[in-house]
Design a protein around this ligand. Structure first.
Ligand code: ATP
Ligand code: MG
Length: 254
C-alpha cells in the first residue's frame, strides 16, 4: 500500500515548450485524485512522468510504499487492439502479472488472476478473443490487467471516455472499490466533470498556464476557475437542471 506519493516541482518540456511547470501535489493510500483540464494541458504527460517512462527536466516523483518497488498499474489513453488478435481475455489480463523466476504462473499467481477476474467481472468472457470484446468489456479487461499486478498506485488515462453511462459507472465503481477495499491510490484523468464529482476525493486542475489541487467541491463549484482553465464558456453541464438553462452558457456555431 502506498504510504505516500509526493510530486515536487515537476517540469517537463518538449522541444523547448514547457508542458508541466512547477507542478507539486501529494497523495496517500486509498485516495482518488481526478486530473481535469483542457486538451494539451499535460495530463497524460504527468502520468508518464509518474510512471518513469518520461524523464522530467526538473523535479521529483517520490513513491513510498514501504517496499523495495512500488507497483503501478497503468491504463493508457489509447490502446487499439486488432480484432484478430489471437489472445484470450484471460491471457490478456495475465500479461499484467509481474513475472517471477519461473516461465509459468505459480498457484498463487493463478489464484490472483482468478480473483481479479472475478472482481472485475471478466471471467464470463475469459475465453473470448480480446479483439472481439465490446468497448465496455475491453475496458474491464484493461482494468483487470492493471489490477492483477496488485498495484499500490493506479493511473487511468480517460479509461471510460468511449463507454456508455452504465458501463462507465460499472468501471468506476470497480476502481472505487479497489481504492476503498485495498487502499490503492488512484489518479484518473477525465473530461467528464459529473464523473469527477461522483468519484474524486480531490481534483488536480491543469490548465496550460497554471495548475492547482483542491477538494472536489471547491474546484467543481468554481465556474470562474473552470472557465479560466478551459479558456472557454462554462464547461459544466447540469443534467438535473431540467430546463437546460445552463446550456445557454455554451455557444455552438453552425
Ligand atoms: N512525446 C512528445 N513529444 C512532443 N510533444 C509532446 C509529446 N507528448 C506530448 N507532447 C505535447 O505536450 C502537450 C501535452 O500533451 P498531453 O498528451 O500531456 O496532453 P493532455 O492534457 O493529456 O491532452 P488530452 O486531453 O488531449 O489528452 C501537447 O501539446 C502535446 O502535443
Ligand atoms: Mg491525454
Amino acid at each position: 500500500m502506498l504510504k505516500k506519493m509526493k510530486v515536487s516541482h515537476l517540469e517537463v518540456s518538449f522541444n523547448g515548450e514547457r508542458v508541466l511547470n512547477d507542478l507539486s501535489f501529494q497523495m496517500s493510500a486509498g485516495e482518488m485524485l481526478a486530473v481535469i483540464g483542457p486538451n494539451g494541458a499535460g495530463k497524460s504527460t504527468l502520468l508518464k512522468a509518474i510512471l518513469g517512462v518520461l524523464r522530467p527536466q526538473h523535479g521529483t516523483v517520490l513513491l513510498d510504499s514501504g517496499k523495495k518497488r512500488t507497483v503501478i498499474g497503468y491504463v493508457p489513453q489509447s490502446r487499439a487492439i486488432d480484432e484478430e488478435t489471437p489472445v484470450s481475455a484471460r491471457d490478456f489480463v495475465s500479461l499484467g502479472q509481474v513475472s517471477g523466476f519461473l516461465p509459468w504462473h505459480s498457484a498463487s499467481e493463478r489464484q490472483t488472476l482468478k480473483d481479479i477476474m472475478a472482481f472485475t467481472d471478466t471471467l464470463c468472457f475469459a475465453s473470448k478473443p480480446v479483439g472481439r470484446l465490446s468497448g465496455g468489456e475491453r475496458q474491464r479487461a484493461f482494468l483487470a490487467q492493471a489490477l492483477v499486478r496488485r498495484p499500490d498506485l493506479l493511473l487511468l488515462d480517460e479509461s471510460t471516455a468511449s463507454l456508455d453511462p452504465e458501463a462507465q459507472i460499472r468501471v468506476m465503481d470497480l476502481v472505487r472499490r479497489a481504492a476503498r477495499d485495498w487502499g490503492v491510490a488512484v489518479i484518473f484523468i477525465s473530461h467528464d466533470l459529473h464523473q469527477v464529482e461522483m468519484y474524486a476525493d480531490r481534483v488536480l486542475l491543469m490548465a496550460r498556464d497554471f495548475s492547482l489541487t483542491g477538494d472536489q467541491e471547491t474546484i467543481l463549484n468554481d465556474p470562474a476557475l473552470l472557465k479560466k482553465a478551459y479558456h472557454s464558456a462554462e464547461t459544466r453541464i447540469y443534467p438535473e437542471s431540467g430546463d437546460g438553462s445552463r446550456m445557454g452558457d455554451v455557444s455552438f456555431s453552425s
